[in-house]
Ligand binder design. Structure first.
Ligand code: ARG
Length: 465
């Protein structure tokens, strides 16, 4: 039995008198999912080996052998010829075993002054940093696509809603810019989280540090980390950065989901504000007339899955005593799935934004229903000297009369309007039109087309910097 263990290359084999069962092996192994960390594992190992050599802990020959072996392993992995063994539990032991096969004792010396605990923490941070950089690029693409859409339809008027009821007219450009803002905050959050991801755990070893004269600053520099983790116990057990990432990802997905909800409503034939290109929709297997907005619906659904991963990670960490516990191996699947879900969703949304056709006539017709310019009439009366509360009351009466007559405020004859306030003159129609209403909200953050165009220019300047 001992010999069976040692052929598997298990680092702890001598301590054990019987091998684990196949079920336990499958249960405890992580190689099936953590093999995606391989490039980062190799990068971390090379930095560690370089430092060991610079510190005189590893000979020049061993260092050269390790570099040669790792280059070959990387090409085997890239070519898909690397043999991943469940027996070797995880990505770290698989790579170390192959290295030893390729270069002999140098491979066995690589783990000097290191543990899988600080090794895996380093790998995840390197992986996270790259994922965040990718995602920031995708958020930039999505914001760019939304800006294009906003610019193209800066003047198109649609009803703005509160309580799902027509509230006030707004411009489509302005509506898109609301999402540009949301995704802008998402990018800021990820940039901020990246600073806490970008610190080096290596050197913490198993939990207490190492007896070798290591140079952690050198390893941090080689790997592009901004700092080292300052406490070895925290270094091997901290997963805050993964939770922060999932929280930031949850907010991105929440924004995507809110937007999805609107796209779905807008595309419903009863609303008909937009159409989404066929390549993002599917039909029904039974109802030939259907064209379903599957992409936004799925994105809305996948938001739940990302929230779930955030909850999963928070719960994973809440009961763990210092320092490393095997529980931590459970951090990877939720993290990877969050990255995959977010990446695919952002990519597809940036693409889909280009496939949205806006239907200004339907939007306009909807804005003309529901007395969207009632507030404009109240503001008009205030400007003529009426206190706002009285103006509000007068307009409420006018709206009621319109309701009975079945017309819009802008269609009511002047004489009838004056019955609600003698302050109303024939200049009132300028404020009762949709164009007049949106153009009048001409301040920073307002819906006037001129403001929308200025806001687009401001964001664009930022995006390209
Ligand atoms: N596969 C392990 C993980 O992902 C690597 C660290 C193992 N450390 C240990 N003490 N068993 O967490």
């Amino acid at each position: 039995m001992t010999s069976q263990l040692s052929t598997k290359g298990e680092a702890w084999s001598a301590r054990f008198s019987e091998p684990v069962s196949d079920l336990v092996k499958r249960y405890t192994a992580s190689v099936n999912f953590d093999k995606r960390l391989a490039p980062f594992d190799i990068q971390g190992s090379l930095a560690h080996a370089g430092m060991l050599h610079a510190q005189g802990i590893l000979s020049a020959q061993d260092h050269a052998d390790i570099e040669r072996g790792m280059a070959q392993i990387l090409s085997e992995i890239e070519a898909g010829t690397f043999e991943w063994l469940l027996d070797l539990e995880d990505v770290h032991l698989n790579i170390e075993k192959r290295l030893t096969e390729l270069v002999g004792d140098a491979g066995k010396r690589l783990h000097t002054g290191r543990s899988r605990n600080d090794q895996v923490a380093t790998d995840i941070r390197l992986y996270m940093r790259a994922a965040i950089d990718d995602i920031l690029g995708l958020i930039r693409d999505l914001r760019g696509a939304l800006l294009d859409l906003a610019e193209k339809h800066a003047d198109v008027i649609l009803p703005g809603f509160t309580h799902m009821q027509v509230a006030q007219p707004i411009t489509f450009g302005h509506h898109m810019l609301a999402y540009v803002e949301m995704f802008g905050r998402d990018a800021e959050r990820l940039v901020d989280a990246r600073r806490r991801v970008n610190r080096l755990p290596l050197g913490a070893a198993a939990l207490a540090g190492t007896t070798f004269p290591i140079d952690r600053a050198r390893v941090a520099h080689l790997l592009g980390f901004e700092d080292v983790c300052h406490n070895s116990l925290d270094a091997v057990s901290d997963r805050d950065f993964a939770i922060e990432f999932c929280a930031a990802a949850s907010l991105v997905m929440m924004h995507v989901s809110r937007m999805s909800e609107e796209l779905i409503i807008w595309m419903s034939p009863r609303v008909g504000f937009i159409d989404i290109a066929d390549r993002f929709c599917t039909g029904s297997s039974i109802m030939p007339q259907k064209k379903n907005p599957d992409v936004p619906e799925l994105a809305r659904g996948k938001t739940g899955r990302v929230y779930g991963h955030l909850m999963g990670l928070l719960t994973l960490m809440k009961g763990q005593p210092l320092a490393y516990n095997k529980d931590n191996q459970e951090d990877k699947e939720p993290l990877f799935d969050t990255v995959d879900t977010l990446t695919d969703t952002l990519r597809i949304f940036a693409d889909m934004a280009k496939g949205i056709t806006v239907k200004p006539d339907a939007m306009r017709a909807a804005a003309l229903q529901g007395y969207a310019t009632a507030t404009d009439l109240a503001d008009y009366l205030v400007k003529k000297g009426l206190p706002f509360r009285d103006a509000h009351e007068a307009v409420a009466h006018a709206v009621r009369a319109c309701d009975l007559a079945g017309c819009d405020l802008s269609e009511m004859p002047l004489e009838q309007l004056r019955a609600f306030s003698p302050l109303i003159g024939d200049d009132v129609y300028a404020v009762l039109t949709l164009e007049g209403s949106v153009a009048a909200r001409d301040h920073i953050g307002g819906t006037a087309p001129a403001q929308v165009k200025a806001a687009i220019a401001r964001v664009r300047e930022h995006l390209t910097r």
